[in-house]
Design a protein around this ligand. Structure first.
Ligand code: NAD
Length: 261
């Protein structure tokens, strides 16, 4: 019960990594506010939670939505944990073909959203005077080529440096800021990017997971719970001396392929 009496915000909490993290934090005692554009799944999670999980329809590309989400949690007693996690695939073009509009849309979804999540949570956390923890979802795409397209990878690299800068900015208030870099985790993000939904989704997720497993030295697909565990650590008092850094949770993918000797 590391989060008993704590309140946490999770963006992108209606699905995948965010959903698993919302459930993990709630399981360990937190009251959780999910901000997501997916109303049916976000509301269903809240409805099944005995009042421990709340859903606030939030588009993280809209600054006013982010501000309203943070204010709702502040009004309920104060923000202890923020997980800036919402995201999607973004533009797929290489740098010689991407449009300025697609570039901006991807940066806004994946980087500005995180900056504004911090921007609108931090003053409320500072005014409350109880410190807190902010965790941002980056990606192994921030660390290497070949994991995701250019605009996405650059945005995620930005999330990592934003994390270090925000950690420096907020350290005097005992607000810790860290990031998590998932490898390939089985969620709907890939099938959503490919336009696969409905009955075909589970089979496609399974196939993508098998391909991903082969690329990861631990030879299994990552699960949302693998990331939730790392986020819960960073959010908890167990990490009270940890700020401005990131944890890579990728089954060893960034260390290279499994040795054959
Ligand atoms: P997912 O599709 O299962 O969940 C993403 C959630 O974000 C969904 O509920 C979606 O509705 C929400 N969302 C999308 N756009 C939004 C917006 N504008 N405003 C609010 N909510 C929005 O995918 P996931 O894999 O759980 O992705 C979560 C995060 O993890 C993303 O930032 C993604 O880039 C990152 N990530 C995922 C992987 C992976 O392999 N799955 C790897 C590295 C990083």
């Amino acid at each position: 019960m590391r989060f008993a009496g704590k309140r946490a915000v999770v963006t992108g909490g209606a699905s995948g990594i965010g959903r698993a993290t919302a459930l993990r934090l709630e399981h360990e005692g937190a009251e959780v506010w999910i901000g997501d554009i997916d109303v049916p799944n976000g509301q269903a999670l809240a409805d099944a939670s005995n009042g421990r999980i709340h859903f606030v329809r939030t588009d993280v590309m809209q600054v006013a939505d982010i501000a309203a989400l943070m204010q709702a949690v502040d009004a309920a007693g104060g923000i202890d944990v923020v997980f800036n996690n919402a995201g999607a695939g973004g533009a797929r073009e290489k740098i010689d073909a991407i449009s300025a509009e697609d570039w901006d849309r991807t940066q806004n979804l994946l980087l500005r959203s995180v900056a504004m999540g911090i921007r609108y949570a931090a003053p409320l956390m500072i005014a409350r005077g109880k410190g807190g923890a902010i965790i941002n979802t980056a990606s192994i795409a921030a660390l290497q080529t070949g994991a995701a397209p250019t605009a996405y990878s650059v945005a995620k690299a930005g999330v990592l440096h934003l994390t270090t800068m925000a950690a420096a900015d907020l350290s005097q208030h005992n607000i810790r800021v860290n990031a998590v870099c998932p490898g390939f985790i089985t969620t709907n993000i890939f099938t959503s990017a490919l336009g696969i939904s409905g009955d075909k989704r589970d089979a496609a997720n399974g196939m993508i997971g098998q391909v991903a497993a082969q690329a990861q030295p631990l030879q299994r697909a990552g699960a949302p719970d693998d990331i939730a565990a790392a986020v819960a650590y960073l959010a908890s008092a167990d990490a009270s001396f940890v700020t401005g850094t990131h944890i890579v949770v990728d089954g060893g993918m960034t260390i290279g392929p499994r040795h054959s000797w």
